[in-house]
Ligand binder design. Structure first.
Ligand SMILES: Nc1ncnc2c1ncn2[C@@H]1O[C@H](COP(=O)(O)OP(=O)(O)OP(=O)(O)O)[C@@H](O)[C@H]1O
Length: 251
């Protein structure tokens, strides 16, 4: 069973086609990157996977459950983190984690919160309102919230966007350790190519709402004759694909 199955999914907003008939699967326990320039459709795709947006057409299943019919069965096993989604500002870190912990029905919440706050260096921030924290501190709270229910499937939208290089590097290691310890599946939208090379088993590249290429980082380096994901990304973004190369957008 795949952890994620997306079949012919389209999402339109009026005349804007944000996601255009994409299909992909993600194997359990793997880390997959969703790459693409601004407006490529990454956040729209993650929002549909989370059940925040309904696809205009197509089918999505997560952990073997159909997201249109059985989303409430699967959502307790899923979570997400994004620096662009705010937590309630006036509540302290402790209050935020407590409220979300209760919403997720976390058992042993106090111990779980204590472990996460220690791991994510939040102990001294527990009684500060989230609205008064720095962007990087908010990101760490958002990650703690995302891991409260020990998700089997973790969706990350630019998880390290607001972090300094040292904290970002540490957080990547933490996600990898979490995946190793729990066997969780991770889908990650990122503009950080080093992050993608370091963390991801597979890469899906989106452009104008479509998946235009896919494969392991090594596959993509070989196909484009490049040494880094940044060079591959620029080749695709600037339409420098060699004309003899076949389209790899289909599964
Ligand atoms: N609610 C909306 N109403 C209208 N258009 C939207 C809406 N949400 C997204 N779009 C459009 O859909 C397209 C894809 O947007 P999306 O946010 O998914 O891109 P993205 O790949 O996440 O971009 P970025 O890297 O800039 O965050 C864009 O053209 C965007 O303007």
């Amino acid at each position: 069973m795949n952890a994620i199955e997306v079949i012919d999914v389209t999402k339109s907003f009026g005349s804007v086609v944000a996601v255009d008939k994409i299909s992909f699967t993600v194997e359990p326990g793997t880390v997959t990157a969703l790459l693409g320039g601004n407006g490529a459709g990454k956040t729209t795709t993650l929002s549909m996977l989370l059940g925040l947006l309904l696809p205009s057409s197509g089918a999505i299943s997560l952990l073997g459950q159909d997201m249109i019919r059985h989303r409430y069965r699967v959502l307790p096993r899923v979570n997400f983190s994004s620096p662009y989604v705010d937590l309630p500002h006036r509540l302290t870190v402790r209050e935020n984690l407590t409220v979300y912990g209760h919403l997720y029905g976390v058992k042993g919440l106090k111990t779980r919160m204590a472990d996460l706050c220690r791991d994510l260096d939040l102990v001294t921030l527990l009684d500060r309102p989230v609205g008064k924290l720095s962007a990087g501190q908010k990101t760490r709270v958002s990650v703690a919230r995302a891991l409260l229910n020990q998700p089997e499937l973790l969706l990350l939208d630019e998880p390290t966007a607001s972090l300094d290089p040292d904290t970002a590097d540490w957080l990547r290691g933490y996600f990898q350790e979490y995946r190793g310890r729990t066997g969780a599946t991770v889908l990650l939208a990122s503009h950080n190519m080093t992050e993608v090379e370091r963390m991801c088993d597979r890469v899906l590249i989106m452009k104008s709402g479509r998946i235009v290429d896919r494969g392991t980082p090594a596959d993509l380096f070989a196909r484009y004759g490049r040494d880094t994901m940044e060079e591959v990304f620029l080749d695709i973004a600037r339409d420098r694909r060699r004309p003899d190369e076949p389209e790899r957008g289909e599964p």
